[in-house]
Design a protein around this ligand. Structure first.
Ligand code: C5P
Length: 224
């Protein structure tokens, strides 16, 4: 059977990652979380006190940035590693969430991570989620989906996710973080978040998780 590339883009916190993961599992594809890569780069910069306005420093720390994904045999989940260390929980913290969109604006960061993402998707049979996957990383992806959802519903879902990790964060703080990231992501100069012309739109505000996964799987099966 022919393998395709599925690009899932959309606003922060509308369930792209969990949906993309489930779609990949259903089709036997590889899932790649491009947001985790921007988050890992952000953590690396925070840990090394990198001054974002200093391109020399940014380039120096991009050279020492090594991101990989490994399956955890205990829970079957794919986890993110930064320079050999498991950072899966740390990259989801509010400390990283509050800073990631500033790091993602930097041209050099995007050039490096886009190149890595394109290498990871070369063999097809991948589902990648992010902000610029259908527009920049894989402009000729066979299936492009653009996800959105009501801001308050997104914040409630994110709060539940954080709580499951043991992090109690006030709803207003999450609403503010999501809204700020959407604002920076949609207005930045370098590959802003926008719907690719040929993307299918999916508003998940009122959809059950299973339904949104099944929708995308059936779109994919039409292309395979
Ligand atoms: O997907 P997630 O919410 O984890 O992404 C975190 C941040 O990484 C986004 O708010 C955005 O600033 C950045 N990002 C990006 N391009 C991507 C994926 C994520 O700029 N392809």
């Amino acid at each position: 059977m022919q393998k395709i590339v599925i690009a899932i883009d959309g606003y922060s916190g509308c369930g792209k990652s969990s949906t993309a993961k489930a779609v990949a599992q259903n089709l036997g594809y590889t899932y790649i979380d491009s947001g985790a890569m921007y988050r890992a780069a952000t953590l690396h910069f925070l840990n090394n006190h990198v001054v974002l306005s200093n391109p020399k420093e940014v380039n120096k720390y991009l050279e020492s940035l090594e991101i990989s994904f490994h399956l955890n045999p205990d829970n079957g989940k794919q986890e993110t590693y930064l320079n050999g260390l498991n950072v899966e929980d740390e990259i989801r913290s509010m400390r990283v969430s509050d800073y990631v969109s500033e790091v993602s604006k930097i041209k050099e960061v995007r050039t490096e991570l886009v190149a890595q993402q394109q290498r990871l998707g070369k063999k097809k049979g991948v589902v990648m989620d992010g902000r610029d996957i259908g527009t920049v990383v894989f402009p000729s992806a066979e299936l492009k989906v653009f996800m959105s959802a009501d801001l308050n519903i997104r914040a409630e879902r994110r709060q539940k996710e954080l709580l499951e990790r043991g992090d109690l964060v006030a709803l207003e703080k999450i609403v503010q973080n999501l809204a700020e990231r959407d604002q920076v992501d949609t207005t930045r100069k370098e590959s802003p978040l926008r719907k690719a012309e040929d993307a299918v739109e999916l508003d998940t505000s009122l959809l059950e998780f299973e339904d949104q996964v099944n929708q995308i799987v059936s779109f994919a099966k039409e292309k395979i």
